[in-house]
Design a protein around this ligand. Structure first.
Ligand SMILES: [Zn+2]
Length: 286
C-alpha cells in the first residue's frame, strides 16, 4: 500500500521507457504549446469547444475531496471522470504493455514518470473517444509543471478548478481518515464545527461514519500522522504552485474555497461554475 501511494505521488525521477517512441519523443524535446512533438501523434481530442463537452482539470491538495467533487460534476455533465491514480492501478492489474514496467517501479519504491502517466492518459482518452465519449474531467493530473506543459501541447484545457480549504480543517480531516480493515472502505471520523468569528464564516463538515459492522474494524493508515500529512501538504504546495500559476497566466484558473462539507459546498461550486441551473436548462432544452 505504501508503495502504491508513493507511486501515485508521481514525479519525474525515473528514466523514460526504453524503446517507446512516445516517451522518447517527449524526452527529446522541451514542451511546446503548438507544435505536435509526439510521434506517433497522440490520440488526445483537440476539437472546437462548441463540438465537444467540457475539458476540465481539478487541482487541490490530497484530502481536499477533489475526487468527490470531480465525480459528481462528471455525472452532472455526462463526461468521464479520469483519475490518474485509477489508471495506474488498472494498468498494474492488467497485462497491458506498461504493467510489468510499472510493477518493477513500484517494487523498487520508485516514482512513476510523467511520461508513463501521460502515456496511460493518452491511451485512456483515445479509448474513450473511440467509444464516443466527449470531454473529460481530469483528477490528479497534471500534478507537475512538466505534466501541465505536456498536456497543453496535446489537448485544450478549458478550465482548471483549484479546490482549497482552510489548512486547519484539512489537517483535521486528514487525521480523521479511517479505513475498514475488513471491507477496505474509507470513512472519516472528524466532525468539524468551527464557529465564524471576526466576519469570517464558520465551517461545518459532518463525519463520514461507517455502518455498524465496520465500526470495530476501523484502522488509521500509517501515513496519516500529523507529521506525515503536513509534509505531504508541503510537497504538494511546492509542486502545485507553478501548475496553478501556469493556468492562472492563461486565465483558466478558478479558485474555489470549500465553505464546508458536500451539502454546503456543492451548490456554491455549481454557482461558481455557472452550472447552478444546469439541470433545469438541460431539461428545458430537451
Ligand atoms: Zn467494513
Amino acid at each position: 500500500m505504501a508503495a502504491i501511494s508513493r507511486l501515485l505521488r508521481s514525479t519525474t525521477s525515473i528514466p523514460y521507457l526504453a524503446g517507446k517512441s512516445f516517451s522518447s519523443a517527449v524526452a527529446s524535446q522541451a514542451p511546446s504549446y503548438n507544435t505536435p512533438f509526439l510521434h506517433p501523434k497522440p490520440q488526445f481530442p483537440r476539437k472546437d469547444p462548441r463540438d465537444r463537452n467540457v475539458q476540465w482539470i481539478f487541482l487541490g491538495c490530497p484530502g481536499v475531496g477533489k475526487g468527490t467533487y470531480a465525480s459528481r460534476l462528471c455525472k452532472l455533465l455526462g463526461v468521464p471522470h479520469i483519475a490518474t491514480g485509477d489508471l495506474v492501478r488498472e494498468e498494474l492489474a492488467s497485462s497491458g504493455p506498461l504493467s510489468a514496467q510499472l510493477s518493477d517501479i513500484v517494487n523498487q519504491g520508485q516514482l512513476v514518470s510523467d511520461e508513463i502517466i501521460i502515456s496511460l492518459l493518452s491511451k485512456r482518452l483515445a479509448a474513450g473517444e473511440a467509444k464516443g465519449e466527449s470531454g473529460f474531467i481530469l483528477d490528479g493530473f497534471p500534478r507537475t509543471i512538466n505534466q501541465a506543459e505536456i498536456l497543453d501541447g496535446v489537448t485544450d484545457i478549458d478550465l482548471a478548478v483549484n479546490l482549497k480549504i482552510r489548512e486547519d480543517v484539512l489537517l483535521e480531516k486528514c487525521l480523521g481518515r479511517r479505513i475498514c480493515s475488513e471491507c477496505g472502505k474509507n470513512f472519516n471520523v472528524a466532525s468539524i464545527n468551527i464557529k465564524g468569528e471576526n466576519g469570517s464564516p464558520g465551517i461545518m463538515m459532518a463525519p463520514l461514519l461507517p455502518p455498524a459492522q465496520c465500526m470495530s474494524k476501523l484502522v488509521t493508515r500509517a501515513d496519516d500522522t500529523e507529521e506525515v500529512v503536513k509534509e505531504r501538504l508541503r510537497i504538494y504546495y511546492d509542486m502545485s504552485e507553478p501548475v496553478e500559476e501556469f493556468y492562472r497566466s492563461q486565465g483558466k484558473l478558478l479558485e474555489f474555497e470549500l465553505p464546508g462539507g458536500i451539502p454546503e459546498s456543492w451548490p456554491k461550486l455549481l454557482q461558481a461554475l455557472n452550472l447552478d441551473d444546469y439541470e433545469s436548462r438541460q431539461s428545458a432544452a430537451a
